[in-house]
Design a protein around this ligand. Structure first.
Ligand code: NAD
Length: 477
């Protein structure tokens, strides 16, 4: 079902060089296909083509940009099952999660198709001073120009969509560099885009190694760098990005608070927390990592989470019954296993899980993990959740804020004043009341503060970053 080989794309066209990148099935560990490798010359060609395409893309009428996005929606719908299987193989996602990601890909493109034709801008009253009498002001948004987009492995399609679809809606030519661990789905997306009549050079999807990637970060002809990935890489790239705008969507160690009166039966809360913690084997930037539970029902909640963790069925992601797939590779699973052992050495207790077979780490629940242990302070990015009781709500809020991340936080409470307090005090990009921090729909503003990043995605907000205000002043005589 996978092709033997996939090209990369420069200036809307496939390229088939002799060198390529092996792509591994994340469950079997076998090389299942290959994707052509881009060299430094291909990166330069992609940038030069994007610069040439900036004018034609800016002038492309809104209805034409919308038509491109609508074409993608139709083709993704037709190829949905194929795309889900690709995600299942290259990212190790259980099929049901992979299908969910394809649904979100389609929703993201649909949202961008709507945004593409939305007007916008303001009429300004400039007569604030006698010298401005007879002057009027108008604003509209214009595309920033060519943009560079770099994406991670964990949502290989929908996180690509969160950059590519707004770029098309905004009228920016783009160069996408998908994760070298999951490049196939991005190349299928490129194949679909190549069916459209986007101006030549409007898009390239390239696969350079780190040695050849530099210009995608440093070249001043590129006007924006939008990066989703790990914290260290993101901030390093920002330091190298020069004058261009930079959007960083980075990691987190999201916390969820289960209050004295959580506002829902404890079983329902436990269902949501288990889903938020173990979905995608915890490889989501808003996966539930830390759960602060009011002491009055801590023991009951603990039993419910342990029960749910044990009920997960781990195994081959292609099996429809599998609910817990492998992590992205064995080193990632070993790293997390090491952190679990380190936490136990510091006095933590494993309530269930902890075992590992290759890249498959068991769904693991711990308590008593010290705040400064890597398992709590760093991003776990795996199927692990830490439980901790609290008695003071203020103290729980302080613990959510502890540390250097701030993406989203979840709060189960039926107390409106506590919900508003959390919204006021939590240092995060978003507070989710009545659900887990892992909740996301693709139109909402999404992003972090502190170490978790800079700027917001969510179609409309990404378009804002990819455009600039341009003012018109009109003097009437
Ligand atoms: P990563 O940082 O290793 O890689 C991300 C991308 O950057 C890949 O395309 C990779 O090839 C590229 N890259 C790596 N080193 C680079 C360098 N030195 N120069 C230029 N490009 C480089 O991240 P990952 O392991 O693929 O993804 C997991 C991380 O992504 C986690 O930290 C997760 O929290 C984060 N993430 C954040 C969000 C968000 O929206 N905030 C969403 C998903 C994932």
């Amino acid at each position: 079902m996978l092709a033997e080989r996939y090209p990369y794309y420069v200036a809307n066209r496939p390229r088939w060089p002799n060198t390529d990148l092996p792509v591994v099935d994340k469950y079997s560990g076998e090389v299942v296909t290959r994707v052509a490798l881009s060299d430094a010359a291909a990166v330069e060609e992609a940038i030069a083509a994007a610069v040439r395409a900036a004018g034609p893309m800016r002038r492309l009428p809104a209805h034409a940009r919308q038509a491109v996005l609508e074409h993608c929606v139709r083709r993704f719908q037709e190829r949905a099952e194929e795309l889900a299987l690709v995600l299942c193989i290259e990212a190790g996602k259980p099929l049901r999660d992979a299908r969910g990601e394809v649904t979100r890909l389609i929703e993201t493109f649909k949202a961008a198709a709507e945004e593409a034709v939305r007007g916008g801008g303001e009429v300004l009253n400039l007569e604030v001073s006698a010298r401005a009498e007879g002057y009027r002001g108008f604003t509209r948004r214009v595309p920033v120009g060519p943009v560079s987009l770099i994406t991670p492995f964990n949502f290989p399609l929908n996180l690509v969509a969160h950059k590519v679809a707004p770029a098309i809606a905004a009228g920016c030519p783009f160069i996408l560099k998908p994760s070298d661990r999951t490049p196939v789905s991005a190349m299928i997306l490129a194949e679909v885009l190549a069916e459209t009549n986007l101006p030549e050079g409007a898009f390239s999807v390239v696969t350079p190694t780190l040695k050849d990637i530099g210009p995608l970060i440093e070249d001043e002809r590129l006007k924006l760098l939008s990066f989703t990935g790990s914290e260290k890489v993101g901030w390093d790239l920002k330091a190298r990005a020069g004058r261009k705008k930079v959007v960083l969507e980075l990691g987190g160690n999201a916390a969820c608070v289960v209050d004295r009166e959580p506002g829902a039966p404890l079983e329902v809360v436990a269902d949501r927390v288990a889903l938020g913690a173990f979905f995608q084997s915890g490889q989501s930037c808003i996966s539930v990592q830390r759960v602060l539970v009011h002491a009055s029902h801590y023991e009951a909640f603990k039993a419910l989470i342990v029960e749910r963790a044990r009920a997960l069925r781990s195994g081959n992601p292609r099996d429809e019954a599998t609910t817990l797939g492998p992590m992205i590779d064995e080193p990632a699973a070993k790293r997390l296993e090491g952190w679990i052992q380190d936490a136990v050495g510091r006095g933590a207790r494993v309530l269930t899980g902890g075992g590992r077979k290759g890249a498959l780490l068991e769904a693991t629940v711990l308590e008593g993990v010290p705040e400064d242990a890597p398992l709590s302070a760093e991003e776990a990015f795996g199927p692990v959740v830490l439980l901790q009781p609290f008695t003071s709500f203020t103290e729980a809020m302080a613990q959510v804020n502890a540390g250097r991340y701030g993406l989203q936080a979840g709060l189960f409470t039926n107390d409106l004043s506590r919900a508003m307090h959390a919204w006021d005090e939590l240092e995060v990009g978003g507070v989710v009341v009545g659900d887990v921090p892992s909740f996301r729909v693709d139109t909402m503003p999404y992003g972090g503060v502190k170490g978790s990043g800079l700027g917001r995605e969510g179609v409309k907000y990404a378009i804002e970053d990819m455009t600039e205000l341009r003012l018109l002043v009109l003097r009437q005589r």
